[in-house]
Design a protein around this ligand. Structure first.
Ligand SMILES: N[C@@H](CCC(=O)N[C@@H](CS)C(=O)NCC(=O)O)C(=O)O
Length: 213
C-alpha cells in the first residue's frame, strides 16, 4: 500500500489535529505543505484535490479524505488501537461533543479566511480583528471547560487521550498565539500539558513541521 500523503500547513490547527491522529495511530505518512500564507490552497491544482480549498487533505488507501474529524474517524476505524473514542455510547457522545465544541463552534469563527474577510472587505482594524478572535475563543473555551470539568482526568475525558484532546491542543496553541488568557481553565491546561508530553502530540507541533519557503 502506498504511503499516506498529508496536505497540510504547519500552523493550521485542523491539520495539526490530523498530524496528532496519524502519529497516535502510528500511520506512516509524508507531508506536502500547502502554503496558506501565499494562498496556495486556492491554486487550481490544489482545488482539484480538495474543492473546499482548505487543509488538511489526506491521501490514504486510495482515498482522498478531507475534513479533519472525518479523517480522524477514518483513522480510528482502520487502526483501532489506541482508540480515540470511548466504548460506551454516552461517553462517546460526550467526547464528540467536546471535540465539536472546538471544531464547529470555536475554530470556524477564527479561521484564516474569516479573519482576512474581517480585515479586507469589512475593513476592520488589526485590533478589532484580534478582539473578535479573543472574544469567540474565550467564550468557547469557557463553555468547553464547564462541559469537560466533571469528567476530566489527566486528559479532557478521563486518563487517556481522545478526540477531544486532539482538538483541544491545536486550539490552545492558536489561543496562545493571540494572547488569549487561559488561566481560568485548569482542566484544559492539564490535558494540554499531559498531551504535549506524549511524542505523538509533540511531533505534531507546528514548530516541528517544515515551514514552506
Ligand atoms: N472543518 C475543516 C476546517 C479546515 C480549515 O478551515 N482549514 C484551514 C486551516 S486550519 C484552512 O485551510 N484555511 C484556509 C483559508 O482559510 O483560506 C476541517 O476540520 O478540516
Amino acid at each position: 500500500m502506498a504511503r499516506a500523503i498529508l496536505f497540510d500547513y504547519f500552523r493550521s490547527s485542523a491539520s495539526y489535529r490530523v498530524r496528532i491522529a496519524l502519529n497516535l495511530k502510528g500511520v506512516d505518512y509524508e507531508q506536502r505543505p500547502v502554503n496558506l500564507a501565499e494562498e496556495a490552497q486556492k491554486d487550481e491544482a490544489y482545488l482539484a484535490l480538495n474543492p473546499q480549498g482548505l487543509v488538511p487533505m489526506l491521501e490514504i488507501d486510495g482515498h482522498r479524505l478531507t475534513q479533519s474529524l472525518a479523517i480522524c474517524n477514518y483513522l480510528n476505524s482502520i487502526v483501532p488501537d489506541p482508540p480515540f473514542m470511548p466504548g460506551d455510547a454516552a461517553d462517546r457522545a460526550h467526547v464528540l461533543a467536546l471535540a465539536l465544541t472546538v471544531a464547529c463552534d470555536i475554530h470556524p469563527l477564527n479561521n484564516l479566511r474569516i479573519l482576512k474577510y474581517l480585515k479586507g472587505p469589512l475593513g476592520l482594524s488589526e485590533e478589532v480583528k484580534d478582539e473578535w478572535y479573543r472574544h469567540w475563543v474565550t467564550e468557547g473555551l469557557a463553555a468547553l471547560e464547564e462541559m469537560a470539568r466533571p469528567r476530566a482526568g489527566a486528559f479532557l475525558f478521563g486518563d487517556a487521550p481522545s478526540l477531544a484532546d486532539i482538538c483541544l491542543v491545536p486550539q490552545l496553541y492558536n489561543a496562545r498565539r493571540f494572547d488569549v488568557p487561559l488561566d481560568d481553565y485548569p482542566p484544559l491546561l492539564r490535558a494540554d500539558e499531559n498531551a504535549n508530553r506524549l511524542e505523538p502530540f509533540a511531533a505534531a507541533h507546528p514548530e516541528r513541521q517544515q515551514v514552506p519557503a
